[in-house]
Ligand binder design. Sequence first.
Ligand code: MN
Length: 482
Amino acid sequence: MTLRKLLETAEPNVSKADLKMIERAYQFAEKAHDGQKRATGVDYIEHSLCTAQTLAELKLSAPILIAALLHDVPEDTATSLEDIRKEFGADIAKMVEGITKLSHVKYRGIDRYVENLRKMFVAMAQDIRVILIKFADRLNNLQTLYALPANKQKRIASETLEIYTPIANRLGIGELQARLEDAAFKYAYPDEFIATEQIIKQIFPHKKKTLDSMIRKLKKKLDNANVKYYDIYGRTKHYYSFYRKFLKYNKDVNQIYDLVAMRIIVDSIADCYAVLGIVHNSWKPIRGRIKDYIAQPKPNGYQSLHTAVFGEDQEIVEIQIRTREMHEQGEYGIASHWNYKETPSKPKEVKWVAELARWLKTVKDNANFLEGAKIDVFQNRIFVFTPQGDVIDLPDGATPIDFGYHIHSDIGNKASRAMVNNELVSLDRTLKNGDVVQIITDKNRKGPNPEWLRFVKTRTARQHIENFKNKSWKNILPKFSK
Ligand code: MN
């Protein structure tokens, strides 16, 4: 890795003055790390460069790249945070400080896990950019893991899959999530990794051939119909996500249609639907596999049209259609808020991150923390709608009561009946993606039914119901004691 390569990657996305500043940060870091080596034997600065390079590939802006180059300086050298502040300003120094704080994790076992999570959330709540740099830092550490002893390899790889990649997923940074997962997969589950590699190598060539031929035909059809496309290409599923699907479908490879998928990038939403029509006209779609994530985006913001068709040679092929903006959002997620484009809204705070961070400050014991964090971050999410069309993001298995408490504690406390898609349903009904949910309240109701604790899935709902239960006991007790 060289400074020249980093500057070339960053160049289209940053100003001339920024390029100079990146170069200065490189020289500053190189001087500070002078004489230090990585476990692999290379100069330490190589690691700083690789970290910045990953972020440059995500088209991120200069301050992030500069902080990435400097990220290990205060931790590992005689140069201090104060020196960085003097040289590069408060914003960059603050980011570097955030990363430094993340690297001190004292404990072992479950306490280490919890401490790690806690620190990640605190850092994210202060500045999401810190977590982007941490992800890039971790990616390079995984790529050079071969130089470390086996027990360290295993710990760093598992920690990545348990903590880092679920957060990357929730932030919608698909590209970085995939790279982290595959780099960690090899060390966390070596046997499974080898098996997955063998399966993919076995079935990939034929699928690829089919796909290439279908792409050629589709290009002709789109040209004939005068539908403009920006790019059409085949993308291969990454190893870890293939492996997870493999387990989900009871190790039946034939159930996994999207090992390779055709991806079509167009200019407008209207063109997305036009392309979908031509695709379905050319190959027979598979029932139940058409998903409109444009009309109903995933909770992390992902948008696309998905379909699967019976293509050539009896091969089932998945097809994804999206605009360029959707493509960027899908690959870079929240990171696209800090890229070269001058987007007006650079979110200071991400709602669910801020909520989690606030809550974790109040939690005393680790077992409790873990339970809540697992529910809120690491479960699969579904999205449902209010009758006004607002999207509500809930954990898989959530019920109308969870929905009610998510809207407002009063709606949860006074819920009496629920309508899902205009039909009356029981309050313990499991909600599904895309459901329109309405809660009918009874204002004379005293409070929640403790029985609800048997089926609610969210921490918020559980807390409100338990609080009420405890309070009502306290109200009753003095009467008996008199
Ligand atoms: Mn580092």
